[in-house]
Design a protein around this ligand. Structure first.
Ligand SMILES: Cc1cc2nc3c(=O)[nH]c(=O)nc-3n(C[C@H](O)[C@H](O)[C@H](O)COP(=O)(O)O)c2cc1C
Ligand SMILES: Nc1ncnc2c1ncn2[C@@H]1O[C@H](COP(=O)(O)OP(=O)(O)OP(=O)(O)O)[C@@H](O)[C@H]1O
Length: 165
């Protein structure tokens, strides 16, 4: 069972994706694997604030009882890999199922999407997780809340302390 994403902050939406992978891996009696990127692609391309440096991200993922974490160095070379190249790498892991959110993209210029992925692997797609006010939880929104000094709201979306309170 494998879940893929930048997972910056390991917020409540990410936690839902990861927990789903962990639960399913128990049922199928296979290891749970998280495939993530360092730095987060959005930081690489746009220089946005990193919510969780890699060690903290791995600590949070480990607390969710994941068996293995794969960390891909997100470099200039890595970003130019076509979607088919990434699929080829994934297939070597022989996943029983791939867990992603519906907006997951991958490969050069974000050309690969869930439709392409499901041509190669069984997909378990996590429906979007919203906060109490009905807005989608995202790392982008949490970065915005932190920049506004709204640590209480960012905590309620993250489920972890930011350490800035
Ligand atoms: C092999 C590979 C190449 C990528 N190249 C690009 C790229 O050229 N431009 C881009 O904005 N994102 C690129 N990404 C990042 C993805 O758009 C996306 O952020 C990443 O797969 C994590 O998914 P998530 O953002 O839903 O967590 C690439 C991802 C992978 C795996
Ligand atoms: N609120 C959410 N509900 C369900 N799935 C989510 C949610 N947020 C992210 N995901 C899924 O988790 C994985 C990792 O997502 P990603 O790291 O891009 O999070 P993000 O919060 O959308 O980040 P950013 O705002 O920086 O784009 C992807 O498969 C994505 O579809």
């Amino acid at each position: 069972m494998i879940a893929i994403g930048a997972f910056d902050g390991v917020h409540k939406g990410h936690q839902a994706v990861i927990k789903q992978a962990v639960e399913k891996s128990r049922i199928c009696q296979v290891p749970s694997v998280i495939y993530t990127f360092d730095p987060p692609p959005r930081h690489f391309f746009r220089g946005v604030q990193i919510l969780t440096p890699i060690q903290e991200k791995v600590n949070r993922i480990a607390k969710l009882d994941v068996d293995y974490v794969i960390i891909a160095s997100f470099t200039e070379w890595y970003a130019t890999r076509p979607p088919e190249d990434f699929i080829c790498e994934l297939s070597k892991l022989n996943p029983v199922e791939v867990n992603v959110g519906s907006d997951f993209h991958f490969g050069k210029n974000r050309e690969g999407d869930v439709n392409l992925l499901e041509q190669y692997f069984p997909i378990n797609m996590m429906p979007p997780v919203y906060c109490k006010s009905g807005k989608l939880i995202s790392s982008t929104r949490i970065r915005q809340l932190i920049s506004e000094g709204d640590f209480q709201q960012s905590y309620s979306l993250l489920g972890w302390r930011t350490g800035m309170e």
